[in-house]
Each structure stands twice: as structure tokens, then as C-alpha cells.
Design a protein around this ligand. Structure first.
Ligand code: ASP
Length: 598
């Protein structure tokens, strides 16, 4: 229970004197009025016992015919989750009947009078039942929230807001709100749009993030901005995604990468300590994007276990083994992952091969080291030198298995990266109780979009390159950004960048992204104009607040930390949104529904 955060400030209030969970031996002899819900009711030897519950915890009240025959009789009708107000004297529980499981377990109250303030229909699920169906929990979220564990999550969430505000305001940040009815800002996802009645035929977009507004605030001279803000992205939903989610959004003036990272690290450490009750060791490790991709096949590596990919391409430069030779001739890569200290059966090895095939691999080679050297269907094709070099390069000991893939570099990285996660889970290598934070830095500025058939901004188009954008010589893949992501246990929990702050540079960036100048002005004219009026160097970051909470509280779904989340289909089971709207409203908006309505 959460008595630590409930302050006893109720004396003199009309409907109660104290929270249930705060009644203690100090109250013995005093007459108190308490209000709350009936959690459990038991009839025993002529007495009726009720566990009265409020946000602070549980307190036992007793109805006895000797103290108040009238109250005792009325109490016979009480049911679960009725809301009652009771008055009576607090006393010690008789010896042997104390309950050491709850903080109020030494005391109880004999009721002199009480009032039923509200009744409760039969419950769709029992509050102390585990494994309640999630749809039912979301439909009756208010009942779900009365469960102590769920309640605790949202009180922790409230604490995290406070820690965030305290940290940032004490570091010179000012809190702002930015518009929800706005123009679309490209963050790469689909916008939610809102039709404008007053300007018919035009639409607002709900913000995917306050990116441009926070930059404008820096140009407005506010120096340090933050906002705990809802963002909206119309994406297909997964367990860790919601159409509306909360970001801790940060922007600072006159900073470079290390300044933003340092400041944000302090915030993460404060939230970590607030929620987990222990300090976080900083500085957080940093890794270049290229290393993350080459060794872990991911821009958000899970470092709760090792198992890096090792490049062994150079060992096979002169190889006679056809698969490796072809890979090298085609400019590809050969990489291995060494699994140590596990006894793998032939079946395990076959399953591993199958798994990578399901992931899209052309093939996976395994080699086992034992007393007689390397064992594998392919070793006969390898020279002694190659075998020796592999043993040395990969540090192979007896019993070790190395899995090798040879293909296009990006494909090897991608599939081996996913295969690494599979091995980590399958062989219990992931240290589940650990929190491994990592900054991934030195991202590429651009990435190729197969869908758009052009280079797009990897972070967003306002991100500054490392070096001068005017010096760009045409190698999109090699140009690096002043961008950084914060990763926790393989999940991206924050990301940001230093921004372009000169108008000519921003225009150049749009040009490199094949955005026509007139389109750039149409969409971002206000930013371009502002950049021409003394914009300071600035940069920032946004944290996914829900994701951080989910992870630090050890929960599996982002829905568990959002009071009123949407389902995978984007619906709210409590309110029934989204819903149809009356024709009159559609007419006012001059919106017509075409095609089949679902
Ligand atoms: N607006 C960015 C995002 O939502 C974060 C940032 O660059 O500060 O990902």
C-alpha cells in the first residue's frame, strides 16, 4: 500500500477525520469518522467485520449488536464496494487477532453509527482476482484502478511527473504549453487531423510532437523549455505504442551534444531513483551508431547480455569455400556469434538454423569446437589456417558454438541482430533484473526510404549534421548527424538532436531531402523566417514518458501505465471512442463520409 505518500491532513474535514490506512495505536480511545469502500465483509460469531478501503489502505471496522444493535442490523445488507461512512471508537484488536499483513493491523473500530453513501451492483470481476481479462479491465477501468497494484502504478506515475518538474525547474527550465490544434510537423508518422469549421475545407493536425514550437521558443529567447506533453501519431499499434502518448519534451539554447546529454542524464537518474529507490550510476555508456549496428545489429542494442557479432570476413579473403568466396566477391560480410558454455544438441542447432530462415536468412552455419578441433558439415571446406585464425579471432574453447552468416552486410547485421535476441532469450542470457541504459550517438543524418525512393531525414529535417551542411559532398550514407537516442534494455526511450539554426542551412537541408523550395516555404515558412531573425544555436530531446515508466515499473505493456489507454484497434473501451457523429455536425464541418461505413 501507499501510506508513505498520504499525508494526514483530513482533520476537520466534513466526511472523514482520517484516511483508513493511517489509523494507528495513537488513535486508540478517540472517536473517528472514516469513509471508504467495503473491500471485504465477514460475519463471525454474531459480529460483522468490514475491511474499509480508501487510497491509503485498509482498516478493519466491526459491527457488534452490543455496541449498536441498529448499526449491526443494517450492516447485514452491506455488500462489496458499497461506499460507507462509519463513526466509532478506535481500540486495540484483542490479543491473537492482530493482522501483521497490513499497517493498521493492530487496531480496529467498533461502529457506533454509519451511513451508506452509495451502493454497488454485482461486480464484473473481483478486485482481488488475478488475471482478469484486459478488455474487462479497460471497460471498467475505475474498478480496475481500485486494485492496489494498479493504483500504485498511477501514484508512481504522479511521482514521476513531480520528479521531472522538480529536476527541470531546478535546472533553469520553464514550462510551456504548445498548441494541439496545429499544422502537421513531420516526424515520419501519419497525422490525426481535425476539420476546421470556421475555415471549411481546411484541417488542423494534432501534433506528433511540439518540435517546431519548442524551436520557436528558443528563438523567442526562453533559453530552456520543457513540457510534459501529449503527442499524437496515427500508427499501427503494438504493445509499446499508443496513438496518444506522453513525452517529456526538452529544448535548450546555446548547447552542443554533450550539454544536452549531460542534462538529460541527470533527469533520467532522478526519475530512476524516484521510482526504484536506488541511484543510477552515471555517466551512461555511449556507443556510436555504427558500432551498435556492426556488433549488435540494432540501433537500440539490449546490453543486458553480451553475445556480440564478430566480423571474420578478412579471415576468408583467400578461401576455397564457395559460400564465403561469393559473399566476399559481392562485397558482403561474414560474421559470427559465439555461444559459450551451453550444451547444444543437433536438434538445437537445427532449430537455430530454422529460426534464422524464418527471419529471412539465406542460411546459417554452425561450427562447434571440441577436443578434436572444429566440427561442422562445412569444416571440410576450410583450410587449417582459416580454422586456426577463427579459433584465435573468436577465442573459441571446447564446447563453444559459433553461428556464422555470410551475406550483404546490412542483411547480416539485421538478421544476426535479431538472432542474437533469440539466443539471449532461449538460453536465458538476459539479466532480467538489470537496467542497461545506453546513449547511441553519431547517427547518420539521412537514410534511404525504399517507399519514397529518396533519402529522408533519419531523425527529422531540423537535425544538424556534424560539420557544415554546405560542405556536403554527395555521400548520403556517410554524413553524420548531431543526434542521439537513449536506449534502455533494447528499447528506445528518448531521442533528440542539435538543430540547424541558420536559415540558409535549413534550406540546404530541405534541398538535400528533395523538398522543393516553394514546398518548404509553404510548410515551414514560419520557421525559416524565424531562423533569419537571430536564432540561437539550440538542441533538445524528448523522452517517451510512458515507456520509461513501463520499463522502470517492470510492466509489459504501455497500456498498464496509461490511465485510459486505447486498444490495439485504437478504441477506448471505457468511453466507446471513436464513434459516429450526427449528420448535423458533419454538415457544419462540410465533411461527407464516402464509401462504406464500418
Ligand atoms: N521531436 C522529436 C521526437 O518527438 C524529439 C526531438 O528531436 O527533440 O522524436
Amino acid at each position: 500500500m501507499v501510506t508513505d505518500i498520504i499525508i494526514d491532513f483530513l482533520r476537520g474535514y466534513t466526511l472523514r477525520d482520517k484516511y483508513c490506512g493511517t489509523v494507528s495505536k495513537d488513535d486508540i480511545g478517540s472517536t473517528l469518522t472514516l469513509s471508504g469502500w467495503i473491500f471485504r465483509r465477514r460475519d463471525h460469531g454474531g459480529l460483522i467485520f468490514v475491511d474499509l478501503r480508501d487510497i491509503s489502505g485498509i482498516f478493519q471496522v466491526v459491527f457488534s449488536p452490543d455496541i449498536s444493535p441498529e448499526a449491526h442490523e443494517k450492516a447485514g445488507d452491506l455488500k462489496q464496494e458499497y461506499v460507507i461512512k462509519v463513526t466509532g471508537r478506535v481500540q486495540m484488536r484483542p490479543e491473537g487477532t492482530e493482522n501483521t499483513g497490513i499497517p493498521t493491523g493492530e487496531v480496529e473500530m467498533y461502529v457506533v453509527s454509519f451511513e451508506v453513501m452509495n451502493t454497488c451492483k454485482a461486480l464484473p470481476f473481483q478486485l482481488d482476482e488475478e488475471d482478469v481479462n484486459e478488455s474487462l479491465r479497460l471497460k471498467y477501468r475505475y474498478l480496475d484502478m481500485r486494485r492496489p497494484l494498479v493504483q500504485k502504478v498511477f501514484l508512481e506515475r504522479s511521482k514521476a511527473y513531480k520528479v521531472t518538474r522538480d529536476y527541470l525547474t531546478s535546472h533553469g527550465f520553464h514550462e510551456f504549453e504548445t498548441p494541439f490544434l496545429t499544422k502537421s510537423t513531420p516526424e515520419g508518422a501519419r497525422d490525426f487531423i481535425v476539420p476546421s469549421r470556421l475555415n471549411s475545407g481546411t484541417f488542423y493536425a494534432l501534433p506528433q510532437s511540439p518540435q517546431l514550437f519548442k524551436q520557436i521558443l528558443m528563438i523567442g529567447g526562453f533559453d530552456r523549455y520543457f513540457q510534459i506533453v501529449r503527442c499524437f501519431r496515427d500508427e499501427d499499434l503494438r504493445a509499446d505504442r499508443q496513438p496518444e502518448f506522453t513525452q517529456v519534451d526538452i529544448e535548450m539554447s546555446f548547447v552542443d551534444v554533450d550539454d544536452v546529454i549531460g542534462l538529460c542524464e541527470g533527469l533520467v537518474a532522478a526519475i530512476y531513483e524516484g521510482l526504484r529507490g536506488e541511484p543510477l550510476t552515471t555517466p551512461i555508456m555511449r556507443m556510436a551508431y555504427s558500432e551498435a549496428m556492426e556488433r549488435f545489429g540494432s540501433d537500440k542494442p539490449d546490453l543486458r547480455f553480451e553475445l556480440p557479432m564478430e566480423e571474420i570476413t578478412e579471415i576468408f579473403q583467400e578461401t576455397g569455400f564457395g559460400v564465403f568466396k561469393k559473399t566476399i566477391d559481392d562485397g558482403g560480410a561474414i560474421k559470427g556469434i559465439v555461444l559459450k558454455g551451453k550444451t547444444l544438441s543437433r536438434k538445437d542447432l537445427d532449430t537455430a538454423v530454422e529460426t534464422t530462415k524464418e527471419m529471412g536468412a539465406g542460411g546459417l552455419i554452425w561450427i562447434r569446437k571440441d577436443n578434436d578441433g572444429l566440427q561442422s558439415p562445412i569444416v571440410k571446406y576450410l583450410s587449417d589456417n582459416e580454422k586456426m585464425a577463427m579459433i584465435e579471432r573468436l577465442g573459441l574453447s571446447n564446447g563453444d558454438v559459433v553461428f556464422i552468416m555470410a551475406d550483404k552486410r546490412s542483411k547480416v547485421n539485421d538478421i544476426m541482430g535479431r538472432f542474437r535476441l533469440y539466443l539471449g532469450e532461449k538460453y536465458n542470457l538476459v539479466m532480467k533484473d538489470q537496467f542497461k541504459f545506453l546513449w547511441v550517438v553519431d547517427f547518420p543524418l539521412f537514410e534511404y526510404s525504399e517507399e519514397d525512393k529518396r533519402y529522408v531525414a533519419r531523425h527529422h529535417p531540423f537535425t544538424s549534421p556534424q560539420g557544415n551542411i554546405q560542405d556536403f559532398h554527395g555521400d548520403y550514407e556517410a554524413f553524420k548527424a548531431k543526434a542521439y537516442d537513449l536506449v534502455l534494455n533494447g528499447v528506445e526511450i528518448g531521442g533528440g538532436s542539435i538543430r540547424i539554426y541558420r536559415m540558409t542551412d535549413q534550406l540546404e537541408m530541405f534541398k538535400l531531402l528533395s523538398i522543393k523550395e516553394e514546398d518548404a516555404f509553404e510548410k515551414f515558412g514560419f520557421l525559416l523566417e524565424a531562423l533569419e531573425m537571430g536564432a540561437p544555436p539550440h538542441g533538445g530531446l524528448a523522452f517517451g514518458f510512458d515507456r520509461i515508466l513501463m520499463m522502470l515499473l517492470g510492466l509489459d505493456s504501455i497500456r498498464d501505465v496509461i490511465p485510459f489507454p486505447k486498444t490495439q484497434r485504437g478504441t477506448c473501451l471505457l468511453s466507446g471512442a471513436p464513434s459516429k457523429i450526427p449528420q448535423k455536425q458533419l454538415n457544419e464541418l462540410r465533411v461527407r463520409i464516402t464509401g462504406e461505413q464500418q
